[in-house]
Design a protein around this ligand. Sequence first.
Ligand SMILES: NC(=O)c1ccc[n+]([C@@H]2O[C@H](COP(=O)([O-])OP(=O)(O)OC[C@H]3O[C@@H](n4cnc5c(N)ncnc54)[C@H](OP(=O)(O)O)[C@@H]3O)[C@@H](O)[C@H]2O)c1
Length: 284
Amino acid sequence: MKPLSLALVGAGRLATSIGLALHAKGQPPRVVASRSTRSANVLAQRINAAACTLEQAVAAADLVLLTVPDDAIECVAAELPWRPGQAVVHCSGATEVDALAAAADKGALVGAFHPLQIFSDPERGAVMMEGSSVTIEADEPLLGQLVGLARVLGLRPLHLPMGARAAYHGAANYAASFLLSMLDEAIQVWEAVGLPREEALQALLPLARGTLSAAQTKGLAGALSGAVSRGDAGVVRRHLQALDALGGEHGSFYRELSRRQLELARAAGRLDDEALERLRALLT
Ligand SMILES: NC(=O)c1ccc[n+]([C@@H]2O[C@H](COP(=O)([O-])OP(=O)(O)OC[C@H]3O[C@@H](n4cnc5c(N)ncnc54)[C@H](OP(=O)(O)O)[C@@H]3O)[C@@H](O)[C@H]2O)c1
């Protein structure tokens, strides 16, 4: 791929991760702009790019990545002097591409490029980019350009159909912050029965890693373990009694997730219909 004529607009966490990753590949963005000159300068210096104003960034680049907060995307797109044929792409998972309508009205090609990773630590984010996926919503010829950018970054491109962003982004939470909610639930229960909160996370993380690693090699059904996967109705009953006794939503949360495991248990082929029905009756 020839060197990118790329601008990063919004020098925050995602821009820093993308900038560092591209710099490491020897293809740094040409320019960086941001709301504050300071943020633009800091990032530009780190990645051997030029810092400039938003207008200069738009003039200098063929492909502009808007790495601003979601709420600023529409406003930034409306204010800048786009030219026909130039590409403008936001990096949000939830915001529709329509937010770039003002740029499209000026003849720009518009799309979205959403890396499926967490960039709260930009240095780590730059490294984690390799092997992560990116969902791309764009038509040709922009689609080809963004697939090329993904390949340079080591991201696996995933083509997202139009109009699906809210459901897609909502569901992605299950592999991200909802994992934290699960760990939080486990820690709350452990604490309620007397285990020290400070040690709980360290004890649970290796278990979580082992489960994810099994999912990577064996798939979801193949990785399933625990009482539901064995059809162990007596253990499930004791779990429910103990969790219901703690009050709150502990029992209902466990029931909901366990019911969702029944289909995986069926897919794993380890339980017959009778065992599945016995568990379903307990969990309903
Ligand atoms: N962080 C993640 O894990 C992640 C993952 C995937 C996708 N995304 C998406 O990436 C985008 C950026 O997120 P982020 O986490 O990188 O945000 P962030 O760290 O808050 O950075 C946003 C940057 O945009 C700049 N900015 C704000 N308003 C602006 C405006 N009107 N004009 C120009 N620059 C402006 C900020 O400015 P100053 O510093 O100059 O004040 C800041 O540097 C969002 O759409 C988000 O959904 C984020």
